[in-house]
Design a binder for this molecule. Structure first.
Ligand code: CU
Length: 176
């Protein structure tokens, strides 16, 4: 009978309360899917040439500032030069059993289920903004070491990145 009215109201209320998760982009079905706990088991780090409708992802400028304790953040840039959208759904690493993806809202970190990498667009993970969070890091991460990260994308699959540990105050060179 009146099925749509209560839903619309719920969205307005959620927006007012700053919890935009379900309503912000109208992709609630995709949101639900992003929660699937199964990471793609077989890694296909393939780089398809840009063909209609397919994402083509490259990862640049990855680094981890040397952490004080066992909590580390990773930053990088994903470029999509293909013709199809993709989505970063999770990250895994042998150095931490608890890797999550966070955005920053009013200086506060908020875990998210996914990040979009639109066709022809870029996903920037940078200080003060979106980032990868590694909790309970097993080995001390010293400057000069590298850690492995595996980025899991909905369409492209897994992309492995060897990420250098940089000085705690490292800032990447200005974008070229
Ligand atoms: Cu965080």
């Amino acid at each position: 009978m009146i099925r749509r009215a209560p839903l619309a109201l719920a969205c307005v209320l959620a927006a007012a309360g700053l919890t935009l998760t379900a309503c912000s982009d109208g992709s609630s079905a995709a949101d639900a899917k992003a929660h699937a706990p199964e990471a793609p088991a077989s890694a296909t780090a393939s780089a398809h040439p840009a063909a209609g409708g397919k994402p083509h992802l490259t990862v640049d400028g990855a680094y981890v500032p040397q952490p004080v304790g066992d909590l580390a953040a990773a930053f990088l840039v994903v470029k999509n030069t293909g013709g199809g959208d993709d989505t970063l759904t999770s990250v895994t690493s042998p150095v931490s059993g608890e890797v999550s993806i966070h955005k920053t809202v009013n200086d506060r970190m908020v875990e998210v289920k996914s990040f979009d990498v639109p066709a022809g667009g870029t996903l920037d993970l940078a200080r003060g903004g979106n980032h990868i969070m590694l909790m309970g890091v097993k080995k001390p991460l010293k400057e000069g070491r590298h850690i492995a990260l595996e980025l899991h994308f909905r369409k492209t699959g897994a992309i492995k990145v060897n990420v250098p540990v940089k000085a705690a105050n490292y800032q990447p060179a200005a974008a070229q």
